[in-house]
Design a protein around this ligand. Structure first.
Ligand SMILES: [Zn+2]
Length: 67
């Protein structure tokens, strides 16, 4: 399957993003840096799929969430 999908969502909440697989909210704070790559990754709490976003995208989301 496509577990390395890099998400670039624009439709999101202030502290979470919708899982592209099941639509459940995934908290930004659960993403962790992927060692050696400019990516962050987490596991959806609902469908348990691995979600991956670029570090730049994650940082942009987080900055927006803090604003
Ligand atoms: Zn999910």
């Amino acid at each position: 399957m496509d577990d390395n999908l890099v998400i670039d969502l624009t439709d999101r909440g202030p502290t979470d993003v919708p899982c592209p697989y099941c639509g459940a909210g995934v908290l930004l704070s659960t993403f962790t840096q992927w060692a050696g790559r400019p990516l962050t990754t987490t596991t959806c709490p609902s469908c348990l799929r691995t979600l991956t976003v670029s570090t730049a995208t994650w940082a942009r989301w987080s900055n927006t969430a803090d604003a």
